[in-house]
Design a protein around this ligand. Structure first.
Ligand SMILES: C/C=C/C(=O)SCCNC(=O)CCNC(=O)[C@H](O)C(C)(C)COP(=O)(O)OP(=O)(O)OC[C@H]1O[C@@H](n2cnc3c(N)ncnc32)[C@H](O)[C@@H]1OP(=O)(O)O
Length: 242
């Protein structure tokens, strides 16, 4: 359900589970994490592109897996987020359709994000009885401002590409976000690869320790919330809705 394809100096990671709106399972996070770490270890890799199949980016974590007990110390989602926040190889996201939960918070860690004009973003953590993840409690106010962060994280309402752009979650709105992501990757590949990586490291380094700390602090609350009656009722409601 994760397809990894190397195209010259660019690694493309496709989330390919369209029948579940590309919802991410533990195994899928681990596959993406592995691909990211391998790309980072490959000095010839100029960029990674992350995109989704079937006209959607991802509906976030698989809610069926949230119904099962999980140990926060050994969870694919958290390992994936730490990897994404660690790599020096530039990461580019191309967003179409729905981007929900971790499908939005992961974008904070990408270096370039292109989204279709009709893309829909949603951070439904409180509606699910959960709390922010992906270091969004720290990064989103910095990126989008306190007001938008509260609107998106506490209001939990869907928002569109123009709002996401105004909230600095996106690089640009593009009719064909994957084509735009590929053009961006080619432009990066035309630059000296190690200079690009060293520059990304300098850009990210001042915040990295705090981002990793917040990822773990959020995870501790998040995995407690998963067990709560509020959260379990929300998951049941989702699967009973049809
Ligand atoms: C650490 C990470 C935390 C998080 O990421 S928290 C966020 C978790 N995600 C969500 O709460 C999103 C849940 N999904 C939705 O709200 C909707 O879906 C969408 C808005 C994304 C799409 O709506 P529509 O186009 O009407 O499709 P559909 O009929 O709801 O879904 C198609 C099939 O996909 C399954 N599915 C969708 N999202 C998930 C998911 N997140 N986990 C597990 N399954 C999911 C459905 O159940 C259904 O399946 P069937 O056709 O068998 O009924």
């Amino acid at each position: 359900m994760i397809r990894v394809e190397r195209r010259d100096a660019v690694l493309e990671i496709l989330i390919d589970r369209p029948e579940r709106r590309n919802a991410l399972t533990d195994a899928m996070y681990r596959d993406i994490e592995r691909a990211l770490r391998e790309a980072d270890a490959d000095a010839a890799c100029a960029a990674v592109i992350l995109h989704g199949a079937g006209g959607h980016f991802t509906a976030g974590n698989d809610l069926a897996e949230f119904q099962m007990p999980q140990d926060s110390r050994d969870v694919g989602s958290i390992a994936f987020l730490h990897a994404l926040a660690s790599v020096d190889v530039p990461v580019i996201a191309a967003v179409q359709g729905q981007a929900v939960g971790v499908g939005v918070t992961l974008l904070q860690h990408c270096d370039f994000v292109y989204a279709a004009p009709d893309a829909v973003f949603r951070l439904p953590f409180v509606s699910l009885g959960l709390c922010p993840e992906g270091a969004s409690s720290y990064l989103l106010p910095r990126l989008a401002g306190d007001r938008r962060a509260a609107q998106w994280l506490l209001g939990a309402e869907p928002f569109g590409a123009e709002d996401a752009l105004a909230g600095r979650l996106l690089t640009a709105v593009a009719d064909d976000p994957l084509a735009q992501a590929r053009a961006c990757a080619q432009a990066l590949a035309a630059q000296p690869v190690q200079a690009v990586r060293a520059s990304k490291r300098l850009l990210r380094e001042p915040l990295r320790a705090e981002v990793h700390r917040v990822l773990d602090a959020e995870a501790a609350v998040f995995f407690e919330r998963l067990k709560s009656p509020e959260a379990q009722a929300a998951f049941q409601k989702f699967f009973a809705r049809k």
